[in-house]
Design a protein around this ligand. Structure first.
Ligand SMILES: Cc1cc2nc3c(=O)[nH]c(=O)nc-3n(C[C@H](O)[C@H](O)[C@H](O)COP(=O)(O)O)c2cc1C
Length: 230
């Protein structure tokens, strides 16, 4: 089987949120899609190790926030590379509590959908939750963020827990060769001096050692001390 064929599937990027007791949590997914029209239903594939999985199993509800291309790496890093068991993900983001009581991330969101779980399909590592859409709203204007844009334009990576992790995504080598590139041990992002970090005004040619001390990984927000020479 040529697994490269799977990479040609297209996706968007979303934040799926839910709650358990007083704990609010959410995570990035690319695996969210509408499953039927009448009634409107929506499905998400969630890794069983994730706190979001625990929350959806407990509350039987979830929300899906549709992200825009304006979404920053801080959002991706917080919701896509960190676990809500270690941090309060909602602390620094705009959100509201929906009619299902699930939190809904509003920061750089274009729209959201709230759903009540009607089916859970056990897929081994992941559960596919299918929900009845009980509320939905357009909350912003812009271009929806796609998985392709995230990888190609934002230089983003896909962590192991994602449903579409391929194994080849974590590390890449830049034209300066292995000696000058540094890899983030948290998310797999590679700092390549040949490209710098243009989104934060680090021009091409700046060596890793010369990055400001407070520079952080553009994908997950980890500090310089979390980087290793490739
Ligand atoms: C681009 C991207 C796509 C992802 N897609 C999924 C997905 O479809 N399903 C999933 O379970 N995890 C996915 N993840 C990983 C989760 O967002 C990540 O494991 C998160 O830290 C889980 O947080 P939690 O433990 O607080 O729930 C994705 C992450 C990224 C960055």
């Amino acid at each position: 089987m040529d697994r490269n064929a799977l990479k040609s599937l297209s996706y968007g990027l979303y934040i799926v949120s839910s709650y358990k007791g007083d704990k609010l949590n959410g995570q990035i997914v690319n695996t969210a899609f509408q499953t039927t029209s009448r009634p409107p239903t929506i499905a998400v594939s969630i890794n069983k190790d994730n706190l979001t999985h625990e929350c959806i199993v407990a509350s039987k509800v979830f929300s899906v926030s549709v992200l825009s291309e304006e979404t920053g790496m801080k959002t991706i890093g917080t919701f896509g590379f960190k676990c809500g068991r270690d941090i309060d993900k909602f602390k620094e983001f705009e959100y509201r509590i929906g009619i299902t009581k699930a939190p809904i991330v509003l920061t750089t969101a274009l729209a959201f959908i709230e759903a009540e779980v009607i089916h859970r399909v056990d897929l081994g590592t992941h559960s596919l939750f299918v929900g009845n859409a009980v509320a939905a709203e357009v909350v912003g204007q812009g271009t929806p963020l796609t998985y392709d844009y995230y990888h190609r334009t934002m230089g983003g990576k896909t962590p192991e827990k994602a449903a579409t992790f391929s194994g080849s995504d974590a590390k890449t080598e830049g034209p300066h060769g292995p000696s000058s590139s540094y890899v983030c041990t948290v998310c797999g992002y590679v700092y390549n001096p040949a490209t710098g970090d243009p989104r934060r005004n680090i021009t091409p040619g700046v060596a890793f050692a010369d990055l400001p001390q407070d520079w952080t990984c553009p994908v997950c927000g980890a500090g310089k001390e979390n980087f290793e020479k490739q």
